[in-house]
Structure formats: C-alpha cells, structure tokens
Design a protein around this ligand. Structure first.
Ligand code: CU
Length: 580
C-alpha cells in the first residue's frame, strides 16, 4: 500500500503538475522518462511476414534439483512460502498420485521481434529448464488425477530499467489450486525481495498443482468430473505490476485433459488434438516511434494497444492442413475487447465455426454455426474450425470486428475489421481426420434447487474514485480480508457496475461460477448462450448487475477477485477474500 500510494500518487501528482504529461517511472529502481502527452500511433508493420510454428512443443517433464519438499526449501533457494496443503493426501496413489516435475524460468529475452518492421528488443517471458524465454511461454499439457510440481525460477534482471517489476507471482488461471501455490498478488518474490506473507525471498517457488476437480471432498476421489476445465493460462500476478509484467510477455497456456476431453482423437470426445489443438493469445500493444514496446504503468486508465500480438507476433501467418483444428482463443489483455470472425481474403465473406468452450469450460452441447465470439480480458473460447471445405491455397483471416477507441470498453461491431492472423490452407492432412465434435460435450454441475431464490451473500460494486478503481469504494489492501468464507460454502454474489462508461471483466479465482441473472439499468436481460455454462471471468457491462453462484471447496487460504483489465487491477480494483 505504501509503495502504491508513493509511486502511483507521486506519478499522478507530478503528471498533473506537468500539465497532464504522463511519466514512465520504474518500480523502485530507476529514473523517470518523460513521454509526450499524446501518444503517437505505433509505426507501420510488415503484415504476414513471419510464420507461427505449425506445431507447438509441450513443456517436457524433468527432474528437479534440489528435490521438491512439502515445506519450503529455503536453504536450497526456495522462497519462504507456506507448506503445501493436503500434500500427502492428494499425492496418494488413489488420489492425484506422485507429482510429475516441471521447471520454468521467468527471464528476459533481449532479442524478441514482434514484427519484421520493428527492431529486436527485450521481452519478459518464460522458458523451460533450458532455452530462451518466449511469449507466450511454454504450453503445459496436463491431466486431471496426475499432480505436478511446477518449479518457477525468477531470473529476471534485478537492475532492470523501464516499466515492469522484476518480482513475480505466477497465477494459474483457474486451476483448483491451494492458496499458497495460486500466485496470490501479495506473494511476489525475487532473490532479494519477498511479499508480506512470505518468510524469505528466494530464487524459485515450487507450485503444487494437484490437478484435482472442485468438489473433491463432497464428490470423493479427485472431485466432480463436471467441474473439469480444459483451457487455462498462467501469467504474472505481482501486486500493482501485473499489467506491465504481463504486457512485457509473462503469460502462457496450460491445457488439462481428462477421460472425456482426452487430448486424443481416438478416445473420449475425439476432439481435434495435438498438433491440431492450438493456442492463440491476443494482446494489445503500443509501440513508440522506434518500434519499441511502450507502456505507461502509472496511467490509471491504461493504454489501448493499436497493434494486436497473436502469440507474441504482430500479423503472423499460420499454415494449416485441410482438416479440423481446435483453436484455444485467449484475450491476454491488457485492455482491449475482441470479437473474432473468420473471413476470406476478399473480406466479403465470413465463415462459421463451432464454439465448444467458454473460459476453458466445455459446453453441455456445442454451439454450431457461429460467426463470432466476443472476448473480454482473460476470457477464453475454444472453437473448432473445419478447413477441409477449403481448397488448397485458400487464404483466410481471423479478424477483430469490435471497434474500441479508448480503454473504457468496446464500441460497435463493424466489418470488415482488423486482420489479426492469416491462415493459409496449404497442406492435405497427413492422415485421415478422425476427430469430431460430438453433439454432447460436458454436462454442467448441479445447482441447489432453490438457487434462484437464495439471498445474496455479498454485493460488490465496481466503480471509480479519485481517478483510481475501487470495489465497494475501497482500493486493494493486501492485508484486509474483505470476505471470510467458510470452506464448503455455496454463495450468491452480486457484481454491480453502476457506471455507464466503463466495462469490467471481473475475475474470481479458485472455482468456476454460474451466472444466474443479468440486469441492465434494472431491467432483466437474457444471459447469452455461451455465458450459461461455467465461467471465471464475468464481464460487467455498463449499468449492469450480474447475480452469480459460486462454491468455495476443498482448500483454505487467501484468494483475490479483481478486474482483469490489467490496468484497473493494478490501480487497484481488487479484493482479498479468504476461505476459512
Ligand atoms: Cu475494470
């Protein structure tokens, strides 16, 4: 809180005194860099000049030295975290088994190229045990019922100059993860600094991801299979600096499979599978006149990117085969909303696809023949595109048709939109495409019979105060528990946006919830089909109130709820709630 009031307060005051010119101040480390009051547009890029890899490489299993321990191995270089909850019980053979081991390094890559028109420049990303950091970082392929330890080293440059902070707290959004491994914003660390709840700094943290399903204690085994997620992502969540750190590149995907969504085209649902199961993250970026990534981490309204990186590249190309693909779309922020269409080269035809999942959760039944999907920050959509209907040589584009001119929220939809990714259908499939999208996917968990008449347990109002962002008129304070929730509770929460200007994609960590009702200016409106399943990001539009149902099962400890507009989150639209 002191850091925020000092740095952000000072920046705002200075900016105001200087006639509104914003400053880039770096966190605790370096001097100020004055920027012009009006940010010029990003310089031109060379579209379609670089290919994305046709096949992604899953993060490999490794051995860890020193071996992982239940209590923090502080002498071995680990941060002073709390003990892993329920570790012995969860890693038993009949639960989630002995953990498989993985290792990642958060570090700088000095030679990243967002586009061939821009110079090589530093990004912050993740690598595996060896190799260069990339953005997005490595994709983890995991399975429910098989726990893992993911050791994350912080190798970021301690003497860094520029936006961002070299302390990290990596959040895996939205695995059913014990609090001490969840990447709580206050649990940031480096070799020399540690957040207020850690007993010491360190070079790495062991994250225990039990890969169990919510409802384990009531359902038994590894939990309720209707609570499975499929598409998750990890990203830095360091308090007050999530926006600049994620903007610098610190994010990646985590796929998780089970007996239904197996990751194989010959078992379970037989959805298109690796290498035809492909992640795509969209991130809005702004570049200065030299083509260097630009951000103002002290502007509480944030920065609207005018270039959209797709997997870390502006206007890249993906070569595909004439068959079905599962694309896992993610809005990686910081600010923009997207509405994604598949369009032909002449920009006069849009094609349909099958929408199978929202926020990583398969629908009970696929939404067929969809033309569009809208994504607020951190929302995910899995879509299946069948390229077999296109002749060899066809060029297609994923486009964004949602206009947005400021950071408040999206405007109208307007064709033809902005091309984000070029898809070239230039190969016949090596093998017959046996994948399918069955008419039944994953059933929804049951809700209490009286869920629609249950009283509202908590009401959260997201608004603006003194130029910053508040929840129930308060800024985030990492020490204040705004809700102490008994473990096992099911609760009804109201998310309220009283403002007619801004839209807030609200993320609640830990368990998936359900939207019970939506009202706009007091009038009940229908919940759209793709929002009727399970969710973990709830876009609260202008003058909107959402009533949601959530459960808080299996683990204890501190978790946050926050706006996932990364700038709002840092300035400080977040609350801490604890399961007790
Ligand atoms: Cu917001």
């Amino acid at each position: 809180m002191k850091r925020r009031s000092f740095l952000k307060g000072a920046a705002l005051t200075t900016a105001a005194a200087a006639g509104g010119a914003p400053f880039i101040l770096t966190s605790r480390k370096s001097g100020a860099q004055t920027v012009p009051p009006v940010i010029p547009p990003s310089p031109p890029t060379n579209p379609w000049s670089e290919d994305l890899p046709s096949v992604i490489t899953p993060l490999p299993e490794v051995s860890l030295t020193p071996a992982p321990t239940i209590s923090a191995n502080v002498l071995g270089g680990e941060i002073g975290r709390a003990d892993h909850q329920r570790y012995l019980e969860l890693t038993a053979p009949d639960k989630a088994k002995t953990p498989k081991l993985f290792e990642m390094h958060a570090k700088e890559n000095p030679f990243w190229r967002f586009n061939t028109a821009y110079p090589q420049q530093p990004i912050w990303g993740f690598s595996g045990q060896t190799g260069d950091a990339t953005t997005p970082g490595p994709t983890l392929f995991q399975r429910y019922g098989q726990s893992i330890i993911c050791r994350i080293y912080n190798d970021l440059p301690a003497n860094h100059v520029g936006f961002g902070t070299p302390e990290i707290s990596t959040h895996l959004h939205n695995l059913h993860t014990p609090s001490e491994s969840d990447g709580f914003p206050g649990d940031f660390y480096s070799a020399t600094k540690a957040g207020p709840f850690l007993s010491s700094p360190g070079q790495f943290q062991d994250h225990f991801y039990p890969n169990v399903l919510a409802g384990m204690d009531t359902y038994g085994g590894i939990g309720d299979p209707t609570e499975a997620l499929g598409t998750l992502w990890y990203h830095d969540h360091a308090m007050d600096f999530t926006a600049p750190n994620v903007y610098k590149g610190m994010a990646g995907f985590y796929f998780i499979f089970d007996d239904l969504d197996t990751g194989s085209e010959s078992t379970g649902l037989k959805l298109p599978s690796h290498p035809y199961d492909y992640p795509l993250v969209f991130q809005d970026k702004r570049f200065d006149t030299n083509g260097k990534l630009f951000f103002d981490q002290f502007a509480p309204e944030g920065i609207l990117g005018d270039k959209i990186a797709v997997n870390g590249k502006i206007e890249p190309v993906l070569h595909v085969e004439r068959r079905k693909y599962r694309f896992r779309l993610l809005n990686g922020g910081p600010t923009r909303f997207y509405e994604i269409y598949l369009q032909n080269k002449g920009a006069n035809t849009v094609y349909t696809y099958t929408h199978i999942s929202n926020d990583g959760n398969l629908f009970p039944a696929p939404l067929l023949n969809q033309f569009k999907v809208r994504l607020g920050v951190a929302e995910r959509a899995d879509i299946v595109v069948d390229f077999s209907k296109f002749p060899l040589g066809t060029e297609l584009y994923l486009v964004n048709q949602l206009l947005q001119v400021d950071t408040r929220g999206p405007g109208n939809v307007k064709a033809p939109g902005t091309r984000l990714l070029k898809l070239v259908v230039d190969k016949n499939p090596a093998n017959q495409d046996l994948s399918q999208v069955p008419s039944v996917l994953r059933p929804l968990p049951s809700l209490p019979a009286n869920v629609n008449t249950l009283p509202v347990n908590r009401r959260w109002e997201f608004s603006r105060s003194g130029g910053l962002w508040t929840v129930n008129n308060q800024l985030f304070n990492v020490n204040v528990v705004r809700a102490a929730i008994p473990q096992g509770n099911g609760e009804v929460w109201e998310l309220v946006n009283p403002d007619d200007g801004w839209q807030h994609p609200i993320h609640i960590h830990f368990e998936e919830g359900r939207i019970l009702s939506k009202t706009v200016a007091g009038i009940n409106v229908a919940v759209p089909a793709h929002e009727r399943g399970r969710k973990d990001v709830y876009v609260v539009g202008k003058n909107e109130t959402l009533k949601i149902f959530l459960r808080f099962r299996d683990f204890k400890g501190k978790y946050p709820m926050h706006c996932h507009n990364l700038t709002h989150e840092d300035h400080a639209m977040m609350v801490r709630w604890d399961i007790v």
